[in-house]
Ligand binder design. Structure first.
Ligand code: 8YV
Length: 322
């Protein structure tokens, strides 16, 4: 019996490719070609997609009339129009849980780098400036801070646990209180920003959160304020943030994500009070391979007629085109 075909859109690491090849025949268009174009002539062949970052929207769905499943790499799936998938009876899966601790570790690293200026201090040493004098004492410290986490899902909770261990009090913002959580809840983001000096965003991307962290939130955070963004870049109004950093409306920012990756606005690159990382939150081989394996497990479950392991909320497993 021939193996089912999988359309691979975007890059996957060799272990995931090898694991997929054990079960499927892979069709891998050049990742530089837009998904709609890549499937223009052959779309009705495919019932399953494995994707990493590729935009899968209405235009792509319309070229894939027999599609049953989109297995997306990453916990965030703002690149996939999951609501449209739901309407079409297509299951979308993501890769939660396996990256939670890694992303939380990176968040604490980025927070410390930002508050204690660790990357600037290392640059001072490497430039030979230590010979001329010590690196200046930092204005920032974790010792007197209070953190507000925007988005208290699995990753937000893992960050909160670490902050507790560091002795930093935690509050959180989400639309509704999270069950079983004792941290104080703020339904209003500006109100929370006013009450904390360290805002950590783990919010997902998409239209509902676009530019939620803008001028009003940054002003509320105030001159001691530190913004850490580990979720999605689109959540921050980057022009307003660059302005707030330049005018010292806030003290500093640590960013792992940007609105138009891999492009980073010049005004942020110019900010000496910003620590900028190239979206490395989950970026260890260990964790990326666990994510890859979960993507494969979802597709194998589909091909064997079993329920998907990690379907997204918009496409719960009820009836699907197995
Ligand atoms: C990945 C991420 O780097 O899981 C996510 O949502 O942002 C990251 O862990 C990204 O998905 C890789 O494409």
């Amino acid at each position: 019996m021939s193996k089912p075909e999988i359309l691979v859109l975007g890059r996957l690491r060799p272990p995931a490719i090898a694991a997929l090849e054990a079960h499927f025949t892979l069709v891998q268009p050049d990742p530089g070609i837009a998904p709609g174009e890549a499937v223009a002539a052959t779309g009705d062949r495919f019932r399953a997609i494995a994707c990493n970052g590729a935009r899968i929207d209405e235009a792509v769905f319309s070229k894939l009339p027999h599609l049953a499943i989109v297995a997306s790499f990453g916990v965030g799936y703002d690149n996939v129009d999951a609501a449209e998938a739901g309407r079409r009876g297509v299951i979308v899966t993501n890769t939660p849980d396996v990256l939670t601790e890694e992303v939380a570790d990176t968040t604490l690293g980025l927070l410390l780098m930002t508050v204690r200026e660790l990357s600037a201090a290392e640059r001072h040493l490497r430039a030979g400036k230590w010979l001329e004098g010590p690196y200046p004492l930092t204005k920032g410290t974790l010792r007197d801070r209070k953190a507000g986490i925007a988005g208290l899902g699995r990753i937000g909770k893992a960050i909160a646990r670490r902050l507790e261990a560091f002795g930093v009090p935690v509050v959180y913002h989400s639309r509704r209180p999270v069950e079983g959580v004792a941290y104080p809840h703020y339904p209003d983001l500006v109100a929370m920003a006013r009450d904390v000096d360290t805002l950590i965003s783990v919010m997902p991307g998409g239209p509902a959160t676009e530019k939620k962290i803008g001028k009003a939130v940054l002003e509320a955070l105030g001159p001691r304020g530190v913004l850490i963004n580990i979720g999605r870049g689109t959540v921050v109004d980057e022009a307003a943030l660059a302005e707030a950093l330049a005018s010292r409306t806030i003290h500093a920012a640590g960013l792992d994500v940007f609105a138009r990756e891999p492009h980073v606005p010049e005004a942020l690159l110019a900010a000496d009070n910003a620590v900028l990382l190239p979206h490395v939150g989950s970026g260890s081989e260990h964790t990326r391979d666990a994510m890859g394996q979960l993507l494969v497990d979802n597709l194998v479950a589909w091909s064997e007629g079993r329920p998907p392991v990690t379907p997204v909320a918009e496409t719960p497993f009820t009836a699907w085109r197995g």
